[in-house]
Design a protein around this ligand. Structure first.
Ligand code: F6P
Length: 344
């Protein structure tokens, strides 16, 4: 078969591992040929491609980013976008298309599938918020990076009797915040799922101070909000999927804490450090399993589906189910967090 591949949306560690695994299994076991579209859906619209073969995918397993590069191109917003995609798919004589991406990218995959393209999706996002899969690749690496940052913040916060607020990514879901916060032993964790209770955060910080711990670490997800508050954004602009560029909630929380407690409070935003660099062993493994599963799905003739991890097993679900709603942090993890804090 001739198969197209693309990586869309924000990049994340493990994209190259998926590409390598799918291409290797496709060529070595099925005799496939591959075409890589560059810069996400933009490359499909513009028919901008690169060859994907054993040579071009060699040595990329441990590399961050994506050799196909990425973009947040929304085909629905481009005049004649779908027609152009269909023309590229035809011009490249493709039998199927594998799209690596989160909910935005997969909404386009699904739309093309509904227009007759034989599509398979692979769940990518450090935010870990796609429904139907227990884990998206890239998440583990982001959590590891954020946890190391939280570890490092501890010693400097303690040296200076400071409160340090660490802003992490997570637009709609607080998976990175709760995971790195729990793994790093943060004293306060703020997620988009729960409106920020600044009085409670200050109570926890003051409790520690009064019990001899004159420093605290707060982890806040970029999408967390004060009650009735707006999302903290970099500016008024939105991307082609209508998402604002989030930034600044960490600083807002730091100011609110300092005002109420009088303790010196600083903020740091980890930003794109969470998306860069080499994937963890876990993400390389997961990405490799997803890549081989994606090519197997194509050859099983199962289209418009997303490969997923359920427990320890790889399986697949309809693409429509994966993008129907955001998978958010549940009560179970929030209760773990509360169990470590002194009760009100
Ligand atoms: O969707 C993943 C993500 O990393 C979000 O956590 C974050 O809000 C967004 O991408 C940032 O996107 P960009 O790199 O396009 O600014």
């Amino acid at each position: 078969m001739r198969i197209g591949m693309l990586t869309g949306g924000g990049d994340c560690p493990g994209l190259n591992a998926v590409i390598r695994a799918a291409v290797r299994k496709g060529i070595l076991h099925y005799g496939d040929e591959f075409v890589g579209f560059l810069e996400g859906w933009r490359g499909v619209i513009e028919n901008n491609t690169m060859p994907l073969n054993l040579e071009t995918t060699s040595g990329i397993l441990q590399k961050g980013g994506t050799i196909l590069r990425s973009s947040r191109t929304n085909v629905k917003k481009v005049p004649g976008g779908f027609e152009k995609c269909l023309a590229s798919i035809k011009a490249n004589k493709l039998d199927a298309l594998i799209a690596l991406g989160g909910d935005d990218t997969q909404s386009i995959t699904l739309a093309l599938g509904e227009q007759g393209v034989k599509c398979v999706g692979v769940p990518k996002t450090i935010d870990n918020d796609l429904s139907g899969t227990d884990v998206c690749f890239g998440f583990d690496t982001a959590v590891s990076i954020a946890t190391e940052a939280v570890d490092r913040l501890h010693s400097t916060a303690e040296s200076h009797n400071r409160i340090l607020v660490c802003e992490v990514m997570g637009r709609d879901a607080g998976w990175i915040a709760i995971s790195s916060g729990l793994a790093g032993g943060a004293d306060v964790i703020l997620v988009p799922e729960v409106p920020i209770d600044i009085e409670e955060a200050c109570r926890l910080i003051k409790y520690r101070w009064e019990h001899g711990k004159k420093f605290s670490i707060v982890v806040v997800a970029e999408g967390a909000k004060f009650p009735e508050g707006e999302l903290a954004t970099h500016d008024a602009s939105v991307d082609s999927f209508g998402h604002a560029r989030l930034a600044g909630i960490g600083q807002a929380v730091a100011e609110a804490i300092e005002k109420r407690t009088g303790y010196e409070t600083r903020s740091v935003n980890l930003g794109h450090t969470q998306r860069g660099g080499t994937p963890t062993a876990y993400d390389r493994m997961l990405a490799t399993r997803y890549g081989t599963a994606a090519i197997d799905l194509v050859h099983a003739g199962k289209f418009n589906r997303l490969v997923v991890l359920k427990g320890t097993q790889i399986s697949d679900i309809p693409l429509a189910d994966a993008i129907a709603k955001t998978r958010t942090v549940g009560e179970d993890l929030l209760n773990v967090m509360k169990g470590l804090q002194p009760p009100r």
